[in-house]
Design a protein around this ligand. Structure first.
Ligand code: NAD
Ligand code: IPM
Ligand code: MN
Length: 350
């Protein structure tokens, strides 16, 4: 019997609700197979912070390192100052566990409504750098609150960090039918980082000669995501551009409720972490309104990462079928989870 040893950080707001459904589907897809899922819940997020003042201790981190993977719902709550949990918990996990590939696939499932009049066939993946850029916290402020305040956020881009994510993106592009990689940056203004990214892509391209490369400034990339999203295959970009582009990518492919992600450590020196792209959605939390599909698709990415490709495919197929038949009826979070769990169970091969 194989075991999936999973750490679960449900977190805040709708994180709790959607993770419950993700686990439901995970259990259903492995049921009757020679696979056991062992889950360990971690009490991390707003409640823990209010109680103890802690976001993520050294003990939490050491314990998390021992699992095969992490499933995360969302963190962040209006009762906690903005940035405390986002930086102290979520980003800290991505940095400490060296999740340098933030994988964010976008696919327009048949039957999904897109706000675009003519989206065409949309199936691309954003490889967002996950450990550098303006996210590192290399900033500071002086004269805070005065008319002469200076507030700096420095984007850190290292040759090592850029090269490893670019190489990963090339490998992903080479494995896809269209073999196309688009670098998105802003090298007309951010000349130091931008040219490092551009030179790195040019150099690594020599290792992947069958991959076609093009480049877009990030502002223009937002135009094409709306006017011609089918032109994209693999996008590689920095941490902040990737954050922004992937909310837009979600919006054009059925909404944030469907967008999945993996914070991947390709070297497998620590567990990778899978989570919906969306946040804790305080505006709908506790009402059973959140769509758990993004979390369920994140579970599919998790299964794929751990070598359960067939199970991952079954989860994706169940989601695709569910989406195709959704129509306009509103279902609660758990109704969607129940339907998906039933669909993956029914699909178990004899
Ligand atoms: P958000 O993604 O939480 O919400 C944006 C909008 O999308 C809201 O109207 C929300 O109701 C809706 N939405 C989100 N997920 C949905 C779902 N599954 N089904 C239906 N509707 C959904 O972004 P925000 O409002 O900018 O941030 C709220 C909090 O979450 C903040 O504290 C933020 O820092 C945090 N956040 C956390 C993560 C994460 O944990 N990965 C990601 C983004 C934001
Ligand atoms: C995301 C979120 C996070 C990010 C925040 C909450 C730190 O927006 O996962 O997209 O910016 O990466
Ligand atoms: Mn985001």
């Amino acid at each position: 019997t194989r075991t999936i040893d999973l750490a679960v950080i449900a977190g805040d707001g709708i994180g709790q609700e959607v993770v419950a459904e993700g686990l439901k589907v995970l259990d259903a897809v492995v049921s009757g197979q020679d696979v056991t899922v062992r889950t360990t819940p971690y009490d991390l997020g707003a409640a823990r912070w209010h109680r103890t003042g802690e976001t993520l201790t050294a003990e939490d981190l050491a314990s998390l390192r021992g699992h095969d993977a992490i499933l995360l719902g969302a963190v962040g709550d209006p009762s906690v100052p903005s940035g405390v949990l986002e930086r102290g918990l979520l980003l800290r996990l991505r940095f400490e566990l060296d999740h340098y590939v933030n994988l964010r696939p976008s696919r327009l499932f048949p039957g999904v409504g897109s706000p675009l009049a003519a989206p065409g066939e949309v199936d691309f993946v954003v490889v967002r750098e996950g450990t550098e850029g303006p996210y590192v916290g290399n900033g500071g402020a002086i004269r805070v609150g005065t008319p002469h305040e200076v507030a700096n956020e420095v984007s850190v881009n290292t040759a090592f960090g850029v090269e490893r994510v670019v190489r990963d993106a090339f490998a992903r592009a080479a494995a896809r039918p269209r073999k196309k990689l688009t670098l998105v940056h802003k090298h007309n203004v951010l000349v130091h980082a931008g040219h490092l990214w551009r030179r790195t892509v040019e150099r690594v391209n020599a290792e992947f000669p069958d991959v076609t490369v093009d480049y877009l400034h990030v502002d223009a990339a937002t135009i094409f995501l709306v006017t011609d999203p089918s032109r994209f295959d693999v996008i590689v970009t920095d941490n902040l551009f990737g954050d922004i582009l992937t909310d837009l990518a979600a919006a054009i492919t059925g909404g944030i409720g469907l967008a999945a992600s993996g914070n991947v450590n390709p070297d497998r020196t620590s567990p990778s972490m899978f989570e919906p792209v969306h946040g804790s959605a305080p505006d709908i939390a506790g009402q059973g309104k959140a769509d758990p599909t993004a979390t369920v698709l994140s579970v599919a990415l998790l299964l794929d990462h751990l070598g359960y490709g067939q199970e991952a495919a079954r989860v994706e197929a169940a989601v695709a079928a569910d989406i195709a038949n959704r129509g306009t009826a509103t279902r609660s979070t758990s109704e969607v989870g129940d339907a998906l769990a039933a669909a993956v169970s029914a699909a178990v091969p004899a």
